[in-house]
Design a protein around this ligand. Structure first.
Ligand SMILES: Nc1nc2c(ncn2[C@@H]2O[C@H](COP(=O)(O)OP(=O)(O)OP(=O)(O)O)[C@@H](O)[C@H]2O)c(=O)[nH]1
Ligand SMILES: [Mg+2]
Length: 257
């Protein structure tokens, strides 16, 4: 496998045409994202495993995939990404994502450098048509609800219908119940998340962007699954996403899948 280099640009944004983010609202983001244009957006659904380096001084990588964060507004998509990318949680006024943003992170998966280009979508209804355009290029989707918001859980079925309509059939999909640190405000039981995930055959975890619980694990599990799918190494032990999540997940009950 030849090794590529990630350009220095850490992320970018593709705002909806009519609602360009201003410097003012960006600086007020509870979980701010860099908004520089990214020169290496993956052009289509194929893993970026044989493209030449685009230059720059970033990290090397062997294979690249596009991951999308989806779910209702306010469930914590941006915070989850900031936690994963920067290891930080910036509480404060909640400012919704406008349009779509992305950040890159390179993970070492069993000696292979896997670059995840992670697209953070806007959960607000008015940006839905923007999001639709990006589904078909996604290799994996993290579908979030907020355990303190019943509506966000009830809407998961609608999100799944949308995913079925717009995403690739073989997209890797994982369900995450976020804000698990908010024990007092919990309104969605863990068992209900487990039940829904089981119904749809999805791996499931509860996460916290605030404490970091299971955040790295969610992205690592996705990276492992995608890497396995892209490499044809019969000698490698078969990676099972469900089993991995079950085994490695913290703060989860015994019978969650
Ligand atoms: N307690 C707690 N609060 C969180 C967590 N994740 C996010 N939040 C808070 O929830 C609010 C919404 O978080 P965002 O990450 O901006 O939500 P989003 O899903 O990106 O929302 P949109 O951009 O509108 O789609 C913010 O006030 C965050 O501080 C978490 O794990 N625990
Ligand atoms: Mg957001």
């Amino acid at each position: 496998m030849s090794r590529k280099k990630t350009p220095k640009s850490k992320g970018g944004s593709v705002p909806a045409a009519s609602t360009l983010p201003t410097a003012a609202n960006r600086s007020r983001l509870a979980c701010p994202m860099t908004a520089r244009p990214g020169p290496e957006a993956l052009p289509n659904g194929t893993p970026q495993s044989s493209r030449p380096s685009l230059g720059g001084t970033g990290d090397f990588y062997d294979v690249a995939f596009k991951v999308m964060l989806v779910g209702d507004s306010g469930v914590g998509k941006t915070c989850l990404l900031v936690r994963f990318k920067d290891g930080a949680f910036l509480a404060g006024t909640f400012i919704s994502t406008v349009g779509i943003d992305f950040r890159n992170k390179v993970l070492d998966v069993d000696g292979t450098k896997v670059k995840l280009q992670i697209w953070d979508t806007a959960g607000q209804e008015r940006f839905r048509s923007v999001t639709h355009a990006y589904y078909r290029d996604a290799h994996a989707l993290l579908l979030l609800y907020d355990i303190t918001n019943k509506d966000s859980f009830d809407n998961i079925q609608a999100w799944l219908t949308e995913i079925q309509e717009y995403a690739q059939q073989d997209v890797v999909l994982m369900l995450l119940g976020n804000k698990v640190d908010s024990t007092q405000e919990r309104v969605v039981k863990r068992e209900d998340g487990e039940k829904l995930a089981k119904e749809y055959g999805l791996p499931f975890m509860e996460t916290s962007a605030k404490t970091g619980l299971n955040v790295d694990l969610a992205f690592t599990a996705i990276a492992k699954e995608l890497k396995q799918r892209s490499t044809k190494a019969p000698k490698e032990p078969h990676f099972r996403l469900h089993d991995y999540v079950k085994r490695e997940g913290r703060g989860v009950s015994c019978c969650r899948l």
